[in-house]
Design a protein around this ligand. Structure first.
Ligand code: NAD
Length: 472
């Protein structure tokens, strides 16, 4: 059982009410987190506001050093954080699970720390000199989901503090524990008030995004909630980075080799049990390869071990929560009712488990909800196509536009199809790979703005231009 506190201004924020957190593998209690009140949210924002003048006045190099110290601190607690994460999230310790996620958090912190905040000279001639500076915004509110809770919190927090902002982070009530411990650790090396935490119900997210003293919200979660965040942020014209839902399509061209691409297709779709924004969520396969790709995927998927995250053989864990499990189950049932064929797995009747079998569905129903809606779970619909223009249109016929992939041995065809997809990232012969040096974000209803790289870093700043007289 884990029990952590919120930290505001470097101090423990005492809260009598608690949130209960469930271990999705065992359905036992994983631990407790504070259920903070709206008044306490004001206190936490006040602590971040108080820390801003001192933190923003530090030199760029000093903040860089602090971020490096955060990375060292997380590295020293790598396994501890991973164990908390597996307990509350369910993902395995090994494979692409918790050790991998914390490792990613450390790597992202180091890379982001190493970036430069530039001063650009836009003009320097006889008419004068114009410099473009990047200034921190103030307090940044971070609201995170339950699928990659630590890594996503790092993506919010580190670029914000690196550029001189202070942060209030509100984790998902499903997975608050690993984030609370991480922020406790950060506070061992950062000045008080630079990074603060607040856990409790969803109402805290609404209040944070409506708060007058918060200058920016970086939100990762569902599109429906993202729209609410945008609405509540509008009154104070906050800066926004919204990383929202996805329904990524993959297109297998006729020349691809089914056996060679099956592992990449599988992990593109099932990484983190499909609970990944940029997972492959609809797979379109040319009719000439359809049965061969379905067979290769079934053969590969049948070798993957699903189980408790602390079992070292497990490669995938349970679905994280009942709400998501029921949604996945209901989408699979609706798909079957619409005439689709179960190739592997299928719906579950047992309400005493959050383990959902790896499920592959062959469907050719143009109205299949499993194709049109984001399932966010361990299920992949596979759809045959015959015409390239029609499949590109089908891939784009969705409100989401996060990622997409093309599977082929012909790079020229791959580039041509990639250019026609309406999404923020396109991968060739893989799906969902992200890097700290490469901007990532969605188009259409998948979000606003990008994270990572120089563009993601500078999204935490305002531009200030300075007009100087011509130098003598
Ligand atoms: P969610 O939208 O239900 O919750 C996300 C966070 O928002 C939680 O912390 C929640 O407490 C908070 N929240 C709830 N109501 C709020 C409100 N009115 N105002 C402000 N905050 C509020 O999402 P989830 O179920 O935790 O995560 C799954 C979704 O996240 C999926 O749709 C997935 O695609 C998306 N996601 C996107 C990315 C990306 O980078 N695009 C990454 C991960 C997850």
């Amino acid at each position: 059982m884990y029990f952590f506190n919120n930290i505001a201004g470097g101090q423990v924020l005492s809260t009598s009410e608690r949130l209960l957190v469930t271990n999705p593998s065992t359905l036992d209690m994983a631990g407790e987190a504070p259920k903070a009140s709206l008044e306490q949210l004001d206190q936490v924002i006040a602590a971040a506001t108080a820390a801003f003048p001192g933190w923003s006045a530090l030199s760029d190099g000093e903040r860089q050093q602090y971020c490096m110290k955060v990375a060292d601190k997380l590295e020293a607690h790598h396994e501890e954080l991973a164990r908390i994460l597996t307990t509350e999230q369910g993902k395995p310790m090994g494979a692409m699970g918790s050790m991998f996620e914390i490792g990613g958090a450390i790597a992202w912190t180091r890379y982001t720390a190493s970036l430069e905040v530039p001063v650009d000279v836009l003009q320097d001639d006889a008419n004068g000199r114009v410099e473009m500076h990047r200034k921190p915004l103030g307090v940044v509110g971070s609201i995170t989901p339950w699928n990659w809770p630590v890594l996503i919190a790092i993506w919010h927090i580190i670029p914000a503090i690196r550029t001189g902002n202070t942060v209030v982070c509100k984790p998902s009530p499903y997975t608050p524990l690993s984030t609370l411990r991480m922020i406790e650790l950060m506070n061992e090396v950062l000045p008080a008030g630079v990074v603060n935490s607040i856990t409790g119900g969803d109402e805290l997210g609404g209040a944070l995004s409506g708060h007058a003293a918060v200058q920016k919200i970086v939100f990762t979660g569902s599109t429906a909630t993202g729209k609410k965040v945008m609405r509540s942020s509008s009154e104070t014209l906050k800066r926004l980075t919204l990383e929202l839902g996805g329904n990524d399509a993959g297109i297998v061209l006729p020349d691809a080799d089914p056996a060679a691409i099956a592992p990449g297709l599988f992990w593109g779709a099932f990484n983190n049990n499909g609970q990944t924004c940029a997972a492959l969520k609809r797979l379109y396969v040319h009719e000439s390869q359809y049965e061969a790709v379905c067979d290769a995927l079934v053969a590969f998927a049948s070798t993957v071990v699903v189980g408790d995250g602390f079992n070292e053989k497990s490669e995938l864990g349970p679905v994280q929560n009942r709400m998501q499990f029921d949604k996945v189950n209901q989408l699979v049932r609706a798909s079957i009712e619409g005439g689709s064929r179960v190739l592997l797995g299928g719906p579950v009747d047992d309400s005493n488990t959050l383990f959902f079998p790896i499920t592959l569905i062959a469907t050719n129903n143009p109205d299949d909800p499993l194709v049109h809606e984001e399932q966010f779970g361990p299920v992949l619909p596979i759809i045959p196509y015959s015409d390239l223009d029609a499949v590109v249109a089908a891939a784009n016929n969705n409100d989401n536009g996060l990622g997409g992939s093309v599977w082929t041995n012909n790079l020229e065809s791959a580039r041509a199809v990639a250019g026609r997809l309406e999404c923020g990232s396109v991968w060739i012969n893989k799906h969902g790979a992200i890097q700290p040096n490469v901007p990532f974000g969605g188009v259409k209803c998948s979000g606003i703005g990008v994270e990572f790289g120089q563009e993601g870093l500078l999204a935490n700043t305002n531009i200030q231009v300075v007009f100087l007289p011509a130098s003598a």
